[in-house]
Ligand binder design. Structure first.
Ligand SMILES: Nc1nc2c(c(=O)[nH]1)N[C@H]1C(S)=C(S)[C@@H](COP(=O)(O)O)O[C@H]1N2
Ligand SMILES: [Mo]
Length: 375
């Protein structure tokens, strides 16, 4: 019996009611790890703790010097640049909180079967690179250009479609400076590690992770809207499978708690003692600056304003927030909720869509407060 590629690479589906995580989802979760939430204590995520999402394999790049980044398509002067040549150009360093568009997916009902993130697909790094608009300027973009397509060196098959990982940006975003898109060669002052796109990757501050193309090989300016798989099939907000849907773009606001106290190994339920506890965490939005964070310690019944740190000039990075809490013995559910300047807020009901994208439903952290009188 002959098998076709489509037999090993099946369509997207939703888990049936009560269906547990499968081996396929476990395999993805083991490859693509999240941020341990306690690591939100660091302004910049330490090496190895930043979340990772790779659709296919991490390309093996034994020799950076042989790498070429091309800028081609609808340009007057195509470019072919080595990483060393890029490093001689004007450099910018930007602190960016990156979040996977699928963050929160595994908490949805019904669950879209894919990378099963809870809430930890986030991290913050300082990316250094060349502003993309300078490279496009140097190449001379033709007047009929509409999109810029970014091709990674990784190759795979997804829902029956064999492909190089490719995403596009509209020309005005690619050449804009709010945010300023970077072709990055360093992460936290070090060359990019293999899993984060060595030797070059795109960084699009404020946009969900899928836009930040790793192992960047080609930048192609095109005169028709790009309709590749990761643009038109994946990363669309749809309710039904036949809808064209809306594209996934900028990061919706989210606040997360650094879980207080200490955890139970299996349930991860937090254990605290009665008395003052500082609740703290991070909040971010790629749509507009965060304006406030509220905390609930009673399962969302009442909300109280947290203290929010200024952004210290890092518009595209998460901000620290905190609020004191004095728990009494018993069980509690903690939540935090971010609001941004454009009026976006985190929903209290799940914002469901078939791909499980941009689920910024408020986090729930169960906490058990011990009773010292009944040990
Ligand atoms: N070439 C390539 N770029 C990619 C991906 C990929 O699979 N291949 N995954 C994207 C997705 S979905 C996310 S969330 C981010 C994750 O970046 P990180 O692994 O550096 O955290 O990379 C994006 N860039
Ligand atoms: Mo992602």
């Amino acid at each position: 019996m002959t098998r076709r590629l489509a037999d090993v690479s099946t369509s997207a589906r939703l888990a049936t009611p009560g269906e547990g995580l499968g081996q396929d989802e476990l395999a993805l979760a083991a490859r693509n790890h999240g941020l341990p939430l306690e690591a939100m204590r660091y302004d910049i995520t330490p090496p190895g703790l930043h979340y990772i999402l790779t659709h296919y394999d991490i390309p093996h790049v034994p020799d950076d010097a042989a790498w070429r980044l091309t800028v081609n398509g609808r340009v007057r002067h195509p470019l072919s640049l080595s990483p060393a040549q890029l490093r001689t150009r004007p450099a910018v360093t930007t602190r960016v909180t990156l979040e996977c568009a699928g963050n929160g997916r595994a908490l949805l009902t019904p669950r879209p079967v894919s990378q099963p993130w809870l809430v930890e697909a986030v991290g913050t790094a300082e990316w250094t690179g060349v502003p993309l608009r300078l490279l496009l300027d140097e190449a001379g973009v033709a007047s009929d250009a509409v999109d810029v397509v970014f091709t990674g060196a990784d190759h795979g098959v997804e829902r029956g479609v064999e492909q190089d990982y490719q995403r596009s940006l509209p020309l005005d975003i690619a050449t804009g400076d709010e945010p300023e898109v970077l072709v990055a060669y360093a992460m936290n002052g070090q060359p990019l590690p293999p899993q984060h796109g060595s030797p070059l990757r795109l960084v699009v501050p404020g946009w969900y992770g899928m836009a930040h193309v790793k192992w960047l090989r080609d930048v192609t300016v095109v005169d028709t809207p790009f309709t590749g798989f990761q643009q038109s099939v994946a990363y669309r907000i749809r309710q039904g499978p036949e809808e064209a849907g809306e594209p996934v773009t900028r990061i919706a606001p989210r606040a997360l708690l650094i879980p207080p106290g200490f955890p139970d190994f299996m349930s991860r339920t937090r254990v605290v003692a009665p008395g003052p506890v500082r609740l703290e965490g991070r909040a971010w939005s790629g749509r507009a600056p965060v304006t406030s964070v509220e905390v609930s310690t009673d399962s969302g019944a009442t909300w109280h304003r947290a203290e929010l740190e200024p952004d210290h000039g890092h518009r595209w990075a998460w901000r620290r927030w905190s609020r004191m809490w004095s728990p009494v013995p018993g069980t509690h559910v903690l939540s935090a909720r971010a609001y941004d300047e454009a009026g976006n807020a985190q929903p209290l009901e799940q914002p469901w869509n078939r791909g499980g994208f941009a689920n910024n439903l408020v986090q729930r952290v169960p906490v058990f407060c011990t009773d010292p009188t009944s040990r």
